[in-house]
Design a binder for this molecule. Structure first.
Ligand code: NOJ
Length: 516
């Protein structure tokens, strides 16, 4: 048993609130996910990442965990989740849960205990200063809410007190070192949570804010990395086939810290953002969209390649970079791209090295909706709306009353649905299926096969090699000719048009070609 299953893994991210509601209460549930496993399998996805589904006051959509070992009743029971693991495994699908190790909810029992004036087992589980008016330089903190004489440090929103993994170089008496027994107890408590779920059949974790554990950890994250390496040792010894994917977006650090995979996230101005969401500029202002996959952009891959190749060359032998269509924190790609643009974009994402992630609904090009915030979502809420299955009530998401839905469904008359796209051979849904089928059929398109840039001239189709295959994407509205290596004449997959003549690939507008 090992994590070799990652070589051909394709993940599907599910925001459980919004996937499928089987008890008509307006919110998705585990039984709904179970009912849709065959659909997920039909896409070519063989692994799931489920966003936090644990007991929570839901001030940050469940990233504020109140009880790590109990599921939120709105999704079902622990037994329903165990059944989901079993049903997924029966279909060859692995399931990763979302681990939130950096903070809990302010309603977690550990935190309640740590707020008490009298010292107890949990007094040092969170980071507290030693005086009610003293904050922590450089870190957000809250005072005045507990009987304890101190303020506590936040890891994200106000509802998310930071768990205490120690400080790399303590400078105040209240700062513990990373080797302090209380800091080690926090790490061990998190391992206990992981063991609990893996013993019940879970296949690993997506790890929230993986880089956030040790404070003032500016020395290449050495303190935080040491914790993850310790946790990875436990996994290798006790759960060798379980996998970890980091929300870190620094593969050289994350993969050396013991992660199997690290997400390439959307940071304005960053390489991945230049491909898909270039309308947000590095200073977070909005400007002209020059995303690579738009039909009318400059088609300049350089910002992406500069970052990606550096990371890829550095990490290709130690773990995987995960490319994603979107996630629950990012504006859906259909916001700025047409379905035709999405096809070329997904063809590229799903033929890159590493382990790709498809966000639920992106396979049908669900839109980003302009909605008021829900459960701490803010702008992210528009990417978290119910899955659109068919044209029945609530687009098939729920039999409940439309007013009671967790979030409204897309009101547009032409809201994309699975049902409508199933029967259309040219649909985005069927395109996703065919590219993923190709990936599963060709080892050279999976996680490990080498990647090499053949040509990446601005304004010209991008040509790249995966193992023995040569691929080209042309996102532009005009056809072009590009040189391809000798002997690569046979078209193995084609979207749009493309053929090799005299050592040149003539590729049509908005086309994708695989040559073997
Ligand atoms: C990252 C998660 O993806 C996001 O949704 C959440 O709000 C923060 N971490 C805090 O846990």
């Amino acid at each position: 048993m090992s994590t070799s299953w990652l070589k051909d893994a394709v993940f599907y991210e599910i925001y459980p609130q919004s996937y499928y509601d089987t008890n008509c209460d307006g919110i998705g549930d585990f039984n709904g996910i179970i009912e849709k496993l065959d659909y997920i399998k039909s896409l070519g996805c063989n692994a799931l990442w489920i966003n936090p589904c644990f007991d929570s006051p839901f001030k940050d959509a469940g990233y504020d965990v109140r009880d790590y070992k109990k599921v939120a009743p709105r999704y079902g029971t622990n037994n329903d989740l165990y059944r989901l693991f079993g049903e997924a495994h029966r279909r060859g699908i692995r399931v990763l849960l979302d681990l939130v190790p950096g903070h809990t909810s302010e309603e977690h029992e550990w935190f309640r205990m740590s707020q008490k004036a009298e010292r107890n087992e949990y007094s040092d589980r969170f980071i507290w200063t030693d005086f009610c008016f003293a904050g922590a330089k450089g870190l957000g903190f809250i005072g005045g809410e507990s009987e304890r004489n101190g303020t506590y440090i936040l890891n994200f929103f106000k509802c998310q007190p930071a768990l205490n993994y120690g400080f790399l170089h303590p400078t105040e008496p209240w700062q513990l070192g990373t080797d302090h027994p209380a800091a080690i107890a926090t790490r061990e408590a998190m391992k206990d949570v992981m063991r609990f779920w893996m013993d019940h059949g879970c296949d690993g974790f997506r790890v929230d804010m993986a880089a956030s554990l040790v404070k003032f950890d500016d020395e290449k994250k050495s303190g935080t990395s040491a914790i993850w390496r310790n946790i990875r040792e436990m996994m290798d010894a006790e759960y060798p086939s379980a996998a970890l994917v980091a929300e870190w977006s620094d593969p050289p650090l994350a993969l050396r810290a013991g992660y199997h995979m690290d997400f390439y996230l959307n940071h304005p101005g960053g390489g991945y953002a230049s491909l898909m969401r270039d309308y947000v500029k590095p200073d977070n202002s909005e400007g002209k969209d020059n995303s690579y996959f738009l039909k009318d952009s400059d088609h300049d891959m350089s910002r992406f390649l500069e970052e990606y190749l550096r990371w890829y060359e550095d990490t290709k032998d130690i773990g995987y970079i995960s490319m994603l269509t979107c996630n629950h924190d990012t504006v859906r790609p259909r916001f700025n791209m047409t379905p035709e643009e999405l096809k070329i974009c997904y063809a590229f994402l799903f033929t890159m090295p590493g382990v790709p992630f498809l966000y639920y609904g992106d396979e049908i090009g669900m839109r980003y909706l302009d909605l008021p915030t829900k459960e701490g979502g803010y702008y992210r809420t528009g990417s978290r709306t119910p899955m659109q299955w068919d044209h029945t009530r609530n687009l098939g998401f729920s039999g409940g009353c439309p007013d009671a839905l967790y979030l409204p469904v897309d009101p547009a008359e032409d809201a994309p649905t699975v049902e409508a796209q199933e029967s259309d051979p040219d649909s985005l849904l069927n395109f996703v299926r065919s590219v993923l089928a190709l990936r599963h059929a060709e080892e050279d398109l999976q996680a490990d096969a080498p990647f090499e840039v053949i040509s990446a001239e601005k304004g010209k189709p991008f040509v790249y090699r995966r193992g023995a295959l040569v691929l080209s994407v042309n996102p532009s509205g005009t056809g072009a000719e590009v040189a391809v290596p000798e002997g690569k004449e046979c078209v193995k997959f084609l979207h749009g048009s493309g053929e090799v003549r005299n050592g040149k690939l003539c590729i049509g507008p908005q086309s994708f070609v695989v040559l073997g």
